[in-house]
Design a protein. Structure first.
Length: 130
């Protein structure tokens, strides 16, 4: 009887450690991966904290994994999503913002990094304000 209890306890312990190594936020909310900031989800933080109290190393690993994945943050945080930039996607965005498009067949196209939308006037994409 003691042997069965010991095996059951060992199996339960292995299950808890495995879920803590996977990190609670990653298990509960995999769709949140990629967020880089925001408010911390108290459910995930408490679940990771319980793992930290019971098993120190797996709890630390759970926090590390959730912070690195971004799954510890509530939805609405900044996600690092970089859409693929193509001439067509740039033209669509530019046309929606300014009503103008770029002729990509030109020989000399200059690419400039702008600091703000006010800079669009300086490069001739928006009319001067009067």
């Amino acid at each position: 009887m003691a042997r069965i209890r010991q095996k059951t306890l060992a199996l339960a312990l292995a299950g808890v450690i495995t879920t803590q190594l996977a990190a609670c936020g990653t298990v509960f909310y995999p769709e949140r991966k990629g967020q880089r900031s925001g408010r911390i989800d108290p459910v995930v933080a408490i679940a990771n904290g319980v793992g930290l109290l019971i098993f120190l190393v797996p709890g630390v690993i759970a926090f590390a994994v959730d912070f690195s994945n971004g799954t510890i943050y509530l939805p609405g945080g900044r996600a690092e999503h970089h859409p693929e930039l193509t001439p067509d996607s740039i033209n669509q965005t530019l046309y929606a913002a300014t009503g103008k498009q770029v002729d990509w067949s030109q020989q000399d196209i200059t690419v400039t990094s702008l600091q703000s939308s006010d800079s669009l006037t300086g490069v001739g994409l928006l009319p001067e304000r009067g």
